[in-house]
Design a protein around this ligand. Structure first.
Ligand code: SAM
Ligand code: GLN
Length: 342
């Protein structure tokens, strides 16, 4: 058998499965994963003989895919917001919908400028000889400082800085972000990557997920700027305050279990998916706790599921949030709730 024939055989098998449109892509992805080569190599070696141990291993991978295991768990990799992530069955596979939350967080962060710092506060708090705010947090890294929001937010500076961050270099501080239920680290790592001056904290109740997240932070060169803390929701950061709290928590109703895609239901961690009988069990604890942990003028961003575009904003309003908006995903389904701390 040649490599081309092996690919064709795999493609045919996959075409009869549950995702026929991805049959060719999946067949190639499995082969590339197995051989460690790229597609260019595949094209130029299509006539090479394919057999023995590699063929047996390929058949085993194909079998896993045919039983419905997501391709990302088989290859152990996935892309999120243009960055590479390692995934195992201990973590949810990051979803493209969640990129909307990252997008919204970046937009808010940029609008907040260098949060909590106005030039007066800056002059009086920076060590002698420190770079100016413009050069440290502005010009080079695209932060926009708006005087109205920064001066309004100035009182939060001392509070936010007093929370035991390892660095006290004001020149590198541009806001604090908390990602609750970080899973593979997708959101926290994408934000740390794009906000080089932000301090990011990521929590998860699953120690196994946190160790994958840590590994992903290293892979993406942001490990030194993210604290990973195990525990329930905001419990690990009980006394801290943040400018931005983001979360894609579990939000699937237990009652929806039978209707879930079997690839999700049978392979992804249930602790990452289900949130009580109505899907609101985590939000209803998370939202009031997030309110208490935000600085005045700070923002909460939540991913929501289908049918939650009224219930989740209502929980935010009940907790005291205002300026509550929802943003749709590419399919037009409300996907991200943004809520401001007054
Ligand atoms: N943020 C990741 C993403 O968007 O790909 C993972 C999201 S996944 C839907 C939810 C995550 O929340 C899982 O990693 C799960 O372990 C974690 N989780 C569930 N309950 C939690 C709790 N009470 N406190 C902290 N994390 C929790
Ligand atoms: N988006 C996931 C799904 O496909 C659910 C993730 C979550 O509960 N946050 O079901």
């Amino acid at each position: 058998m040649t490599l081309r024939e092996a690919l064709q055989y795999a493609e045919e098998q996959l075409r009869a499965g549950s995702h026929p449109v991805r049959a060719r892509l999946d067949a190639e992805a499995l082969l590339l994963h197995l051989t460690g080569k790229n597609r260019a190599w595949l094209l130029t070696h299509a006539a090479d003989p394919f057999g023995g141990c590699t063929a047996t291993q390929y058949a085993a991978l194909l079998q896993r895919r045919l039983t419905g295991e997501p391709i990302q768990y088989i290859t152990g990799t996935c892309e999120f917001y243009g960055l590479p992530f390692h995934v195992t069955r201990d973590v949810l596979i990051p979803r493209p919908e969640t990129e909307h939350l990252v997008e919204k967080a970046l937009e808010l962060a940029r609008n907040m400028g260098a949060p909590g710092l106005d030039s007066e506060t800056w002059e009086s708090t920076q060590p002698p000889g420190a770079p100016s705010m413009e050069s440290a947090a502005g010009g080079r890294h695209g932060w926009e400082t708006t005087s109205s929001s920064t001066s309004k937010r100035a009182p939060s500076l001392a509070r936010t800085l007093g929370q035991g961050w390892e660095t006290n270099t004001l020149g590198s501080w541009s806001g604090s972000i908390l990602d609750i239920g970080t899973g593979s680290g997708a959101i926290a790592i994408a934000l740390a990557h794009h906000l080089p001056h932000a301090r990011v904290t990521a929590t998860d109740v699953s120690p196994a997920a946190l160790s994958i997240a840590r590994e992903n932070a290293e892979r993406n060169h942001v490990a030194e700027r993210i604290r990973f803390l195990p525990g329930d929701l905001l419990a690990p950061v009980a006394s801290d305050h943040f400018d931005l709290i983001v979360s894609n928590p579990p939000y699937v109703a237990e009652a929806d279990l039978p209707t879930l895609d079997p690839e999700v239901r049978d392979f992804e961690p249930h602790a990452a998916l289900f949130a009580g009988p109505d899907g609101l069990a985590v939000y209803s604890r998370l939202i009031p706790a997030a309110f208490a942990a935000l600085v005045p003028g700070g923002w909460l961003l939540l991913e929501i599921g289908y049918g939650q575009s009224e219930s989740v904003p209502a929980l935010c309003a009940a907790a005291g949030f205002h300026r509550i908006t929802t943003t749709p995903d590419l399919q037009g389904i409300p996907r991200v709730v943004a809520a401001a701390h007054p």
